[in-house]
Design a binder for this molecule. Structure first.
Ligand code: ZN
Length: 151
């Protein structure tokens, strides 16, 4: 990350995609009539939108800066959260949906942790640390659900 703004563009994009995918997972959960899980995924979508808003405000962008996909340099070809959630298909069961969500959040966490480790800009590090903490909470929340569903 070369600048705070660049970091915020990535963060905003990542959270935007996470919000969309959690909405998809919520729709899937609603289709197999698991209201609690659907509600949980909606909450996760809501938190992702809060993050998106925060990144947008801090970056001072009114709209998300347009960056053409080729210019984004994610560790993988796609943004971490979107890549993992691509598998959201209407036939998955609740366990598969949770596994997909967990994978996505772990990749998001890894992305922010990587920025935190690689950057030596104190402002970028401070923001990356906040995102790391929040993503770690998301991972823990999903793991609690997985344990609960397995019980
Ligand atoms: Zn998250």
């Amino acid at each position: 990350m070369k600048s705070v703004e660049e970091f915020l563009v990535y963060a905003a994009r990542l959270e935007q995609e996470a919000a969309l995918r959690f909405d998809e997972l919520a729709d899937v959960a609603a289709s197999f009539a698991n209201t609690e899980v659907a509600t949980f995924f909606r909450q996760m979508a809501y938190f992702s939108r809060l993050h998106l808003e925060e990144a947008r405000k801090r970056g001072g962008f009114h709209d998300l800066p347009e960056i053409n996909p080729g210019q984004f340099q994610w560790p993988d070809a796609e943004s971490p959260e979107a890549a993992a959630i691509w598998g959201a298909n209407p036939h998955m069961d609740v366990h598969q949906a949770m596994a997909v969500a967990l994978d996505a959040e772990q990749r998001g966490l890894a992305f922010y942790a990587d920025v935190l480790a690689q950057s030596d800009d104190p402002e970028i590090k401070a923001m990356a640390r906040e995102f790391v903490e929040e993503e770690a909470e998301h991972v823990a929340a999903i793991q609690r659900w997985i344990a609960r569903l397995a019980a």
